[in-house]
Design a protein around this ligand. Sequence first.
Ligand SMILES: NC(=O)c1ccc[n+]([C@@H]2O[C@H](COP(=O)([O-])OP(=O)(O)OC[C@H]3O[C@@H](n4cnc5c(N)ncnc54)[C@H](O)[C@@H]3O)[C@@H](O)[C@H]2O)c1
Length: 260
Amino acid sequence: MFNQKSFLLKDKSIIVTGGAGLLGVVFAEALLESGANVGIADIDPKLLSKARSKFSKYDRQVAMLKLDITKPESVQSCLRNFLEKFGRIDGLVNNAVLRAPVSDFLKRDLDDFKKTTDVNINGVFLITQKTLEIMKKQRSGCVINIASIYGVVGPDQSIYPDDKINCPEYYCFQKGGLINFTRYLATTFGRYGVRANTITPGGIYAGQDKKFVENYSKKTPLGRMAKTGDICGALIFLMSDASSYVTGHNLIVDGGWTAL
Ligand SMILES: NC(=O)c1ccc[n+]([C@@H]2O[C@H](COP(=O)([O-])OP(=O)(O)OC[C@H]3O[C@@H](n4cnc5c(N)ncnc54)[C@H](O)[C@@H]3O)[C@@H](O)[C@H]2O)c1
């Protein structure tokens, strides 16, 4: 029988990496509003202190956590602090990202490419591995990986008005890999009661170049870029018991971009 309350996240404790960034704070707020305890984990102390004041009204429901997902000691101390406060880890949202300077592929600096890989691949590997150790023991948990439409399709080069804005090669490479990493987690850890799913957002409007926004919107069946809040319904659904039989899925929230 369907239970409307299955969408609520009361008593679930969830970590959001990159939790102080553009989507991270919106995700954290949606989770808090749905009743969850939330660890807002980020490498950037300035963004963390901004988020701290935004979320002060949630008091005991929230933990601000300094985290560098590329560093084993930082990952371990973040998880330790989170467990000390909330006692268990029901959810991990792999949302952190590092972007490199815009560059033509043929001129891409190898070190810049490696830096993004260190966060977007190696860091996700590390925090997921350490979190799954805990979830496996708990015999429950939920991992949500935040990918991108550029992990599903290649960029349409015609929408970029100049060389100041583009979808880079490392992003397609890493987000495509992340979507299949999610399937690996789903098929390997399902037997321990752990679910893993991907959310694939389309481009979020954040004051980008006017011509780019116009081109992007024209190409999108729903006629606009995403608002940050557009992605939250998918997050709450996949984190909640309403999706208790959903694992290995890629929930695309892109206004129809990849349906073309
Ligand atoms: N913004 C978009 O248009 C868009 C579209 C599709 C998908 N996404 C995806 O959504 C997610 C969030 O994107 P966003 O636009 O909010 O990015 P953002 O840059 O605003 O936030 C990313 C956060 O990750 C943090 N971070 C970077 N390196 C870290 C590390 N080593 N350890 C811990 N935290 C680290 C940053 O400090 C930042 O707060 C990303 O995975 C991104 O790929 C974004």
